[in-house]
Design a protein around this ligand. Structure first.
Ligand SMILES: Cc1cc2nc3c(=O)[nH]c(=O)nc-3n(C[C@H](O)[C@H](O)[C@H](O)COP(=O)(O)OP(=O)(O)OC[C@H]3O[C@@H](n4cnc5c(N)ncnc54)[C@H](O)[C@@H]3O)c2cc1C
Length: 457
């Protein structure tokens, strides 16, 4: 009888280019397991949109495993406790897993390693986070030199194929039922727009990747235009590990044109992991302390403004379009993420951590490292950062990046406004009655933010 081993799956929900799966197959009969653990991440338990994604991704993974003679075992609880229970029930001699870098996953890996024989493998990034170092062996803090050094190690290894067969244990342990986990919203069901936009799972990831490969050469020309589908929309698939960074790299690297700009964005994803390795509490703590005393607005009026921002009712069409796209589909265009984040932080003078939280709950690609790095970059609090005093002007950004059709799509009250008036209907004198007036004027907001920055020094 072959010994069995556990394959502990987390954000690596795929069969192709899955080094932990390959190692497990070499080691014995494989018991793939996903543990829903809301205790270990605490503040960072998965948000609503991510849970929707997870449900469908696990369903798809189970089907793919069954086609290979295997299946997915589901358990709920603290990872090390549940894995130890499973090892005892099945006699599994080892646990194979892909390594993850969120601080709670690092803690969980330490806890598992205390109880069981844990073999961690690298496989979700272009290079193992922490492996790209400066001349003196330190970690990079700034993206550009990090990317230069990372690029010198590339291309990443050729991705491995889906194994032909996965050997099964003689007896399968019991599994929870996915439906009992209640990952999908019911009352109310806010996810109807998600299904129209996304196909979670490995197949959906590959379909999206192939579709993008056809226009990857024009990435730089179109990626900043919210009205055009110019970027890959691979972020949730990459986040959940339904496709690896190496697979994406090899699928597009020879596209020519401006594909190098796209590859550098994949580099940003690696960079975010380097940052959270060095600063594990980057999601809640400023990377630089110079703005620790910034007088963020609090109280009733700030709360009302936060709610208007969340609901896409600020009176700034580009901001409102982005926030409504986020709510409806669980995703927002990158340029608009920058505009909406800057608006919350600088125009409304609300602490970036409140925006980080909202994105954490609403994004299907909510990713601890990428979310924190980008919020802190926008806030000017990060270790590699924009300056706080560089304030984005949404009403300039909107026509500059030709966002008219995007606004008309996501803000139905403005759908009938033709031409450039849609960027600022209030100024053009055609604001429909149902659409709010600006929550604050741009100049007034800018002066308030600059004054707050002066006071903080
Ligand atoms: C305030 C704010 C919060 C963000 N939060 C997240 C988040 O939680 N999760 C997330 O994956 N991205 C986040 N981003 C980064 C970026 O907006 C998304 O990765 C991108 O919009 C995803 O769309 P795409 O797949 O079409 O990207 P593409 O432009 O096609 O890029 C390809 C891939 O590169 C990676 N990538 C691209 N831009 C960045 C970036 N700036 N930082 C890190 N990785 C990047 C993503 O994995 C993306 O799928 C955030 C950006 C901002 C400004």
């Amino acid at each position: 009888m072959t010994d069995s081993v556990l394959l502990w799956l987390r954000r690596d929900l795929r069969l192709a280019d899955q080094p932990a799966l390959l190692a497990a197959i070499e080691d014995g009969a494989v018991i793939p397991v996903y543990i829903l653990d809301d205790d270990t991440p605490k503040h960072y338990a998965m948000g609503g949109a991510s849970r929707w994604w997870l449900h469908h991704s696990l369903e798809s993974l189970d089907a793919a495993l069954r086609a290979k003679g295997s299946r997915l075992i589901l358990r709920r609880g603290v990872c090390d406790v549940e894995l130890a229970k499973l090892a005892e029930e099945t006699g599994a001699k080892r646990v194979h897993a892909i390594r993850h870098f969120e601080p709670w996953w690092r803690n969980a890996e330490r806890a598992v390693a205390k109880r069981l024989d844990l073999a961690c493998h690298d496989g979700n990034y272009l290079a193992p986070p922490g492996s790209v170092t400066t001349g003196s062996g330190g970690q990079y803090k700034i993206f550009t030199p990090f990317w230069r050094a990372l690029k010198a190690t590339l291309p990443p290894p050729e991705p491995s194929h889906v194994p032909a067969h996965i050997s099964a244990p003689t007896h399968w342990p019991k599994s929870d039922s996915l439906a009992d986990w209640d990952l999908l919203p019911t009352k109310p069901d806010w996810s109807t727009g998600f299904g129209k936009e996304w196909t979670p799972g490995e197949k959906g990831a590959h379909k999206r990747m192939k579709a993008f490969a056809d226009h990857a050469d024009r990435y730089d020309e179109t990626r900043n235009l919210p009205s055009v589908e110019g970027s890959s929309r691979l972020s949730p698939h990459l986040h959940f590990g339904e496709v690896s960074a190496a697979q994406v790299w090899h699928a597009v690297a020879d596209a020519g044109g401006s594909v190098d700009v796209f590859l550098s964005e994949i580099g940003w994803r690696d960079y975010a992991q380097t940052v959270i390795q060095q600063y594990p509490d980057y999601g809640t703590k400023n990377g630089r302390d110079t703005l620790d005393d910034l007088g963020w607005r609090t109280g009733k009026s700030a709360d009302a403004d936060l709610e208007a921002w969340q609901q896409g009712r600020t009176g700034y069409p580009i901001v409102d379009a982005g926030m409504r796209q986020l709510w409806t589909t669980g995703w927002m265009h990158n340029r608009v993420r920058m505009i909406t984040a800057s608006f919350l932080i600088k125009h409304l003078l609300i602490d970036w951590r409140k925006g980080e939280r909202w994105f954490w709950d609403c994004l299907v690609d909510a990713d601890y490292g990428s979310n924190a790095v980008n919020w802190q970059w926008t806030a000017g609090t990060g270790i590699d950062s924009n300056m706080f005093v560089r304030i984005m002007a949404p009403l300039v950004q909107s026509p500059k990046f030709d966002a008219g059709d995007y606004i008309r799509e996501w803000v139905p009250e403005l759908a009938g406004i033709k031409g450039d008036a849609v960027h600022d209907p209030e100024e053009a004198g055609c604001r429909p009655r149902g659409y709010p007036a600006k929550i604050i004027g741009h100049r007034e907001a800018r002066e308030r933010a600059l004054e707050a920055a002066r006071q903080a020094r």
